[in-house]
Design a protein around this ligand. Structure first.
Ligand SMILES: *[C@@H]1O[C@H](CO)[C@@H](O)[C@H](O)[C@H]1NC(C)=O
Ligand SMILES: *[C@@H]1O[C@H](CO)[C@@H](O)[C@H](O)[C@H]1NC(C)=O
Length: 830
């Protein structure tokens, strides 16, 4: 039975599927309805299908009994119809099961009958495929290779069979294809396959539409939008805008000074965050420059010194987020600033220079350096003006300081030489160095006497060792070169060395007399004083010192005539016929002093008859004042005082006997009367004869001498004119001597006595000649000296001798006169 029923059921199903009509099945019945029928729709007529009378249904209180929650199908007892009581959704009821049915029982009472009813529910295409999300976001790396698969969410279509999802369609298909795979359970797996590579840099977003379609009729579909975001991959390295950046920076630029900006671009959008940094910077670069890693701005960080680094080459790297890099180079030229002052180094400097250093003598070697370049480092070296030095450039940076003119320590002892080194920058920098150069002394100056000649006057009879004068010589040099010592040049005076006359203090130049001078012996002399410095070799100079000895009135006048004897009986004879002014005789006196001290005046001190004689105050001539008369006594005795003009004056007296008589006998008788001595008379006769003979001989000699002198003079004159016409040959007598002294004697051609001292007369000679003699004595070779002396002396002596002879001759003639008188008187007496 059950087998039969199963078969029937199966058959029914087939029929129902074809006819959709109810079939009556005994005890069990099956209906087929589509889902989603409206409520109240007819499902089947169980009255007929089960053969039940409607009355029975009513009486039997037929009802639907279901075990489930919901009662989809209800019973209309009246009609015996089964109707849709609730909406039937197959998808809800059965899900994915394609065969879907619901079953319930129809229960009748009185008698109880139970029927089972199966209602097969057929699917209708009431659902479209639906994607879980209408929009699908997919991020795909741009590096995804072709062939890469991206599974998509499947769409869902609750329908079953043909009504369910059949396939997918993708649009557009530029980059992607769909790959649909059926799973074992019949569901479909859909994936996108990348056909051509994506490039974010070309297209970032791709919008696709995925359509899912089912197989129902009419076909239903659902779409999903696919948004593909191409993910950026760091596939582009940053690229610097320049392969190298050239720039420059001034040295000593302040910190933070902008140098340059490097920039790199990166095609990768998401990787724009580029970092800049120096690649393996040296310590110097690190210290001097900094780069802003964000902006790429390079700025100064430390102190840039051109003199250390003239150029910097810095490698710079730009790195993107993904680690891709590019590198470039920054070339920074450092521009020189004139920041270095020239440096002066004295390489060699002696500090002192002798004043006789020649032109071009190197004083110092100087090195001047300026590390700046170009004009900033071009140094010019200069000195103060008006210095006797100059700078010579020898090597690039070496200069020598040399003398440019002659030096003189006596003018400038020390030079401050300021060397200025300036560079050519703008503004220029300069530095100075001062050298103090001492000029050392060289013995180039001889001592200089303050006077060319010195005249010293010393009174005669001085005390020995009195200081006469002080000479001084100055030496412009310094130190030992200026230490002056004084010496008296050697020489002789009157046969004695000069040093026996004077001495000099070699340090002070004070000149002392060594002995007491006698004006009457030495009126003046001349010495050479030598001043010598202490240099090596020493330098010296001479001065002439004339020492004049000044006269003191230390000599009384000396009476030359008349000759005074102890018992003089010599008398001058005055004839009675003598007129007024008759020259009786002349008192001849000399004073060896000079000047006022030798200015003699004559006075008649005592006289027998004052009215008869007078003495010329100036000339000593005794003349008659009045006519001699017969009454006048024969014998007269006159005392004449000769006085010099010195202070105090000195004087001498002489007694002159005058006989006023016409004949010798008269005189003799007169004189012998009061002065007669027989023994004396005997002797006298002999002496007179002897005197006569001597005088005669002398007279003859005098004549011979006069003649020879005349000849010699004539020759001498010729010699003088030839050799030294300037030299005076005629002796010069100072005018002060002209009055009343010896010169008058010559005028009267009176004889001098043998007392006349040669030396006295000798010093009347011109001074210059005397000096010449002395000097020649001192200076020349011995033999020459002697010859010269002899010759000089000869001419001089001869002249003197001549003078003396003239005097003698005069005196002799007078003597003869007297002697003859005596001789005659004697003869007569005897
Ligand atoms: C040189 O300089 C020094 C020191 O400044 C100074 O004492 C001296 O007088 C100067 N000499 C000259 C000749 O200017
Ligand atoms: C100084 O005098 C001496 C001797 O009198 C002489 O030799 C010398 O040349 C003189 N010197 C000078 C500088 O006049």
């Amino acid at each position: 039975m059950r087998r039969k029923g199963f078969f029937q059921t199966w058959l029914l199903c087939v029929v129902m599927a074809l006819t959709v009509s109810a079939h009556l099945v005994e005890g069990q019945i099956r209906y087929t309805i589509p889902e989603e029928m409206t409520v109240g729709s007819f499902v089947g007529n169980i009255g007929t299908d089960l053969g039940l009378e409607p009355k029975r249904l009513v009486s039997g209180k037929a009802r639907v009994f279901t075990t489930g929650d919901s009662e989809y199908v209800g019973l209309d007892r009246e009609k015996g119809h089964l109707i849709v009581k609730e909406r039937i959704d197959r998808e809800q009821l059965c899900g994915e099961l394609s065969a879907c049915s619901t079953s319930f029982n129809v229960i009748l009472e009185n008698p109880i009958e139970l029927y089972r009813v199966n209602v097969d529910i057929l699917d209708i295409n009431d659902n479209s495929p639906v994607f879980p999300r209408g929009e699908i976001e997919i991020e795909i790396s741009e590096l995804a290779p072709p062939g890469a698969r991206f599974s998509l969410e499947s769409a869902i279509d609750p329908d079953v069979g043909r009504n369910t999802l059949q396939t997918y369609i993708l649009h557009p298909t530029d980059n992607f294809n769909l790959n649909i795979q059926s799973r074992a359970d019949g569901s479909k797996n859909v994936e996108m396959v990348l056909q051509t590579a994506l490039d974010r840099e070309q297209k970032t977003n791709h919008y696709l539409t995925l359509t899912a379609v089912d197989g129902g009729k009419p076909q239903r579909s659902g779409t999903a939008k696919i948004h593909i975001l191409v993910l950026d991959v760091n596939d582009n390295a940053p690229v610097f805008s320049q392969s190298s950046y050239k720039t420059s920076v001034v040295e000593n630029a302040a910190k933070g000074t902008f140098v340059t900006t490097v920039s790199a671009t990166d095609a990768d959008e998401t990787n724009y965050n580029i970092q800049y940094y120096f690649e393996h910077p040296s310590a110097t670069v690190k210290a001097l420059f900094t780069i802003d890693s964000e902006s790429g701005e390079v700025s100064v960080k430390g102190e840039i010194d051109y003199e250390k680094h003239k150029q910097f080459k810095i490698k710079v790297t730009a790195k993107d987020h993904g680690g891709l890099t590019d590198s470039s180079e920054i070339l920074i030229d450092v521009i020189d600033a004139n920041d270095i002052t020239p440096k002066i180094t004295i390489m060699s400097f002696s500090g002192a220079l002798p004043e006789d250093a020649g032109l071009g003598t190197v004083v110092a070697i100087i090195n001047i350096q300026d590390l700046d370049s170009g004009d900033n480092g071009r140094v010019t070296c200069s000195l103060d003006r008006d210095l006797p030095f100059k700078i010579e450039s020898s090597l690039t940076n070496d200069y020598s300081l040399v003398t440019d003119s002659t030096l003189d320590r006596e003018q400038t002892q020390e030079y401050n030489i300021t060397i200025t080194a300036a560079d050519g920058g703008s503004p220029p920098l300069s530095s100075k160095e001062t050298l103090t150069l001492k000029i050392s002394d060289v013995n180039d100056h001889a001592p200089q006497f303050q006077q060319q000649t010195y005249n010293a006057y010393v009174l005669e009879n001085n005390s020995p060792s009195v200081s006469i004068i002080s000479v001084k010589a100055e030496d412009a040099d310094w130190g030992p070169n200026a230490r002056v010592s004084y010496f008296v040049a050697g020489g002789y005076l009157n046969g004695d060395p000069l040093t026996s006359y004077i001495s000099i203090n070699s340090d002070s130049g004070v000149i002392y007399a060594v002995k007491s001078f006698d004006f009457e012996q030495l009126k003046s002399f001349r010495i050479q004083v030598k001043a010598q410095d202490g240099g090596s070799p020493p330098l010296s100079s001479n001065t002439t010192l004339n020492i004049f000895i000044q006269d003191q009135n230390d000599n009384a006048p000396q009476i030359l005539y008349p000759v005074q004897t102890s018992s003089s009986v010599v008398a001058e004879m005055v004839p009675r016929s003598a007129d007024v002014g008759y020259l009786v005789t002349k008192v001849v006196a000399v004073d060896v002093d000079s000047g006022q001290n030798a200015w003699l005046s004559y006075k008649l001190q005592k006289a027998t008859d004052r009215a008869l004689f007078e003495v010329g105050a100036q000339n000593g001539e005794i003349r008659t004042v009045r006519q001699v008369t017969d009454k006048d006594a024969v014998k007269h005795r006159l005392t004449v005082v000769v006085e010099d003009n010195g202070q105090p004056s000195r004087s001498a007296t002489v007694i002159v006997n005058v006989a006023v008589a016409d004949s010798f006998p008269e005189v003799i008788s007169e004189f012998t009367n009061f002065n007669h001595d027989t023994t004396y008379s005997d002797n006298l006769t002999f002496y007179l004869i002897l005197a006569l003979a001597v005088v005669s001989v002398l007279f003859i000699f005098s004549l011979i001498a006069i003649i020879s002198v005349k000849i010699y003079r004539w020759r001498q004159n010729r010699l003088f004119y030839k050799s030294a016409p300037n030299l005076p040959v005629i002796p010069y007598y100072p005018p002060v001597y002209a009055d009343g002294t010896l010169q008058r004697v010559y005028n009267y051609e009176m004889c001098g006595t043998t007392d006349s001292r040669m030396s006295d007369i000798k010093f009347v000679r011109p001074y210059s000649q005397n000096t010449l003699v002395n000097m020649s004595r001192a200076g020349t070779v011995q033999r020459e000296k002697k010859e010269q002396e002899e010759e000089d002396d000869l001419s001089l002596e001869v002249r003197l001798f001549f003078t003396v002879l003239t005097d003698l001759a005069f005196i002799c003639t007078r003597c003869c006169h007297s002697v003859q008188c005596y001789v005659l008187v004697c003869l007569l007496n005897s």
